[in-house]
Write a protein that binds this ligand. Structure first.
Ligand code: ATP
Length: 288
């Protein structure tokens, strides 16, 4: 499968934080969700892909081009939706769109109008008076009206109420049904991923914990439940995260076969949800 974006060995160091060897790829036409707790390095990763930051090391290829050496060319094919979209407050959406359109040779005003109608955007209103959710939808309509092949969104749903979040995700799902647009978006809301992501990269403390298809993740991770006496006999590092309760333990594993072979009927093995995987691998539960 061809990739629209390949990130390989990305490193960026700040005082007190380092993005370490971040690698993942997004196949053409698919949605990659970049998830991780606050401060994990999601925005730093996206900014580096967009050429807003220069990495210390690593390679980024978009549309088969070197995104660092050919940044301008690459950026003209990317639509970026910021978590706090900023445009001219005193101009209407239509006027703002007219200004933005001048920067893109591929700009299609009719498409902007069509998208605005399907998103329910009040195009005659001033940008400054829009709700937070409509600002995000406007930014998305702009990205799609210049026919971006890859849309990158930094926490597009943060700060949106559940109804608006659902609406935005539904808009995206509709668009993806008949387009070849690829999407990379960051979030810390697991339910966003459940709705629209095909692939998920979990980043934590500047490192990738895993990057795989959603189905693969849900198939390979499991929750193991058993008694505390059993847990105390197991070597540390058996699980990827453990929670002790009064009556027993619950732990995450990505090696179900080996756990089943070793512990057999002494434990119950259940499917893990994405929430479980993110919680346990993000250190939301102590190691055992
Ligand atoms: P959030 O979900 O809170 O937006 P994030 O996963 O997007 O978090 P980043 O914004 O990439 O995380 O930040 C990662 C770390 O890098 C943080 O600890 C942040 O303080 C630090 N950082 C980001 N930009 C700079 C900078 N310009 N100088 C120094 N440190 C920075």
């Amino acid at each position: 499968m061809e990739d629209v974006l390949e990130v390989q060995g990305l490193c960026k160091r700040y005082p007190g934080f380092a993005l370490e060897n971040v690698s993942f790829s997004v196949p053409y036409g698919y949605v990659m969700g970049l998830i991780g707790p606050n401060g994990a390095g999601k925005t730093t990763t996206l900014k580096t892909i967009l050429g807003l930051l220069l990495p210390d090391r690593g390679e980024i290829r978009a549309f088969g081009l070197d995104a660092i050496a050919q940044g301008k060319k690459v950026r003209s094919r990317i639509g970026f939706v910021h978590d706090d979209p900023r445009f001219y407050d005193h101009l209407t959406l239509e006027q703002n769109a007219g200004l933005v359109g001048r920067f893109y040779r591929t700009w299609d005003f009719r498409r902007f109008q069509g998208l605005s109608a399907s998103f329910g955007l009040p195009v005659g209103k001033r940008f400054g008076v829009l709700s937070r959710g409509n600002k995000t939808k406007f930014a998305l309509a702009l990205a799609l009206a210049h026919q971006a092949e890859l849309v990158i969104m930094d926490e597009p749903t943060s700060g949106l109420d559940p109804v608006f979040r659902r609406e935005l995700l539904d808009n995206l799902t509709d668009l993806l049904q008949d387009e070849r647009t690829s999407i990379l978006f960051s979030t810390h809301i697991t339910s966003d991923l459940e709705r629209i992501a095909d692939y998920i990269t979990l980043i934590q403390g500047g490192r990738v914990v895993f990057s795989a298809s959603k189905d693969e993740i849900l198939e390979s991770w499991a929750l193991v439940k058993g008694g505390l006496d059993l847990l105390d006999r197991l070597p540390s590092g058996t699980f990827r995260g453990v929670r002790r309760g009064e009556l027993g333990f619950e732990a995450l594993t990505d090696d179900v076969e080996s756990i089943r072979g070793r512990l057999g009927d002494a434990v119950i093995i259940d499917r893990a949800s994405l929430d479980d995987v993110v919680l346990y691998t993000s250190g939301g539960a102590a190691d055992a």
